[in-house]
Design a protein around this ligand. Structure first.
Ligand code: SAM
Length: 479
């Protein structure tokens, strides 16, 4: 099938459902066209296009072949904890608010996400949860919705669910399946939803919380913004938007206000806040920094191994950062990290924790101190790049990430961040080169932390998908 035949399919799917089918998306498109041509008896792609574009049922059938339905129970459990431990208690305490609290899982696929919310609520509030909260799931894929309504799952969906919860809320069904308990099923209703529609159907209105996770990666920025505006119109005044953690930054588009709540990020209705004020530290002012010797321009750096300070284990601090236990990190590092000898890895880790807590000035300061202690510290350079990127200083961020690559060529996160910065600046060719390098080094070392001490924890398969998608989009824009 040639590009001219595929073009009208791509345009129609992008305009009506937002899905981008360039690059790696082309293969499933071709497979879908061939499949539906065979099943409907169409003899040419052009003939099938006319049939599909003019008949809603056929259009819906075609779309189900293009959606990616990957999901499982208790995916990204930190965000379920955010809902249970902060958002719901606050909504319950809100005197102006009404009950039940209404939650939408937007792009719910086969139902694991909304059912996980229902299970977490039953665990916390028992039967009272059924009166306190209403959960609705919406998806464009009606086959996925049928599976969600049936509530029957196999082992693949349970990969992240605690065995005791599986026992409590599922019953064996058939040879290899489990069906969800009626109590959970009764808490969730499913509805057909096209996120690109200007207004959502009435059962999907008056929302207090929207879970929109692992869906926005398939849309371009203008589409993501339009969808957020529809979420806003469908929400109550106290609306909250929870987006997958890897997608949150790309969704800070000025429609909702980005909130950081003890290390967790989500959005609230209302305009974005001005940049955060510098935070007053509880620890002593850093000692004066030694001027940093310039980076040499030729020879490759010797590997520097700095032993961690006795009593402070790097892995322990990394685990605390992953769990967002900032209070504990302060206690462990804080003033102790100001004592000589300066340990670049610990300084960078503390800086990274500061950055996650959105204290960018402190993060940059600690990054510079780490660099003063070890001018080859890749962690310090990545930290400085990230702190600059988060503060919108794109040119500085590019400078830091380039230095990272000078010191460690195979650091794939640096290639990836650089690619995004170049793409935002409209430097398509540079972006494409960097996405390709990220893919190459990622294949060699698929470590979510990119081999760094900083626990970046990047979602490897999503990064790979985004690199391929952007490379494909840049390629076809050039044709
Ligand atoms: C990868 S799944 C995400 C499932 C779940 N939210 C999670 O995080 O596990 C993405 C879902 O988005 C749905 N989707 C894609 N485009 C959509 C659109 N325009 N309107 C509604 N749903 C859409 C797909 O059908 C698919 O089921």
């Amino acid at each position: 099938m040639n590009a001219t035949e595929l073009a009208p399919f791509k345009d129609l799917i992008r305009t009506r459902c937002g899905l981008l089918l360039e690059g790696v998306g082309e293969e499933p498109l071709v497979i879908a066209i061939r499949k539906r041509m065979a099943e409907t008896g169409a003899t040419s792609a052009t003939g099938y296009f006319a049939k599909m574009a003019g008949h809603e049922d056929e259009f819906q059938e075609f779309v189900t072949l293009l959606t990616i339905n990957e999901t499982y129970f208790f995916r990204e459990p930190d965000q379920l904890s955010l809902l249970m431990d902060r958002l719901i208690p606050r909504l319950l305490a809100d005197e102006t608010g009404r009950l039940p609290i209404r939650i939408l899982s937007a792009g719910c696929s086969t139902g694991e996400e909304p059912y996980s919310i229902a299970i977490a609520l039953l665990e916390k509030y028992g039967d009272a949860a059924t009166r306190m909260v209403q959960i609705v799931g919406g998806d464009i894929d009606h086959h996925a919705l049928a599976k969600a309504r049936a509530g029957r799952y196999t082992a693949f969906s349970f990969r992240s669910l605690a065995p005791e919860l599986r026992q409590r809320y599922f019953h064996p069904s058939g040879r290899d399946g489990m069906v969800i308990d009626d109590r959970v099923k009764a808490m969730v209703s499913f509805h057909h939803l096209n996120l690109l529609a200007e207004h959502f159907p009435p059962p999907l209105s008056d929302l207090d919380v929207v879970f929109f996770r692992n869906v926005s990666i398939y849309f371009d920025e203008a589409t993501r913004k339009a969808i957020q505006q529809t979420f806003e119109r469908s929400m109550t005044e106290r609306g909250h938007l929870v987006i997958g953690s890897a997608e949150t930054l790309a969704n800070d588009l000025g429609v909702f206000r980005l909130v950081q709540d003890d290390g967790a990020f989500y959005f609230r209705r209302g305009q974005p806040e001005p940049p955060p004020r510098p935070v007053v530290h509880s620890f002593p002012t850093p000692v004066a920094m030694a001027p940093r010797p310039p980076l040499p321009t030729v020879a490759a750096p010797p590997p520097t191994v700095v032993p961690p300070r006795p009593g402070l284990k790097l892995d322990e601090i990394r685990a605390l950062i992953r769990d967002k236990r900032f209070d504990r990190i302060d206690l462990l590092l804080g003033a102790r990290n100001r004592l000589p000898p300066a340990d670049p890895a610990l300084l960078a880790l503390e800086g990274y924790a500061r950055m996650l807590a959105r204290d960018f000035a402190a993060a940059a300061e600690l990054g510079k101190r780490a660099l003063a202690a070890d001018e080859w510290s890749v962690d310090a350079l990545v930290l400085l790049g990230l702190a600059a990127k988060w503060q919108g200083a794109a040119a500085d961020a590019i400078g830091w990430f380039k230095k990272v690559l000078y010191v460690r060529r195979e650091c794939w996160p640096a290639h990836y961040y650089l690619a995004d910065l170049h793409r935002s600046a409209g430097a398509a060719e540079a972006a494409q080169r960097c996405y390709r390098a990220a893919l190459q080094y990622l294949a060699e070392q698929p470590d979510p932390d990119g081999g760094l001490v900083l626990p970046l924890g990047l979602p490897v398969s999503e990064v790979r998908f985004l690199c391929e998608r952007h490379t494909g989009a840049i390629q076809s824009a050039r044709r």
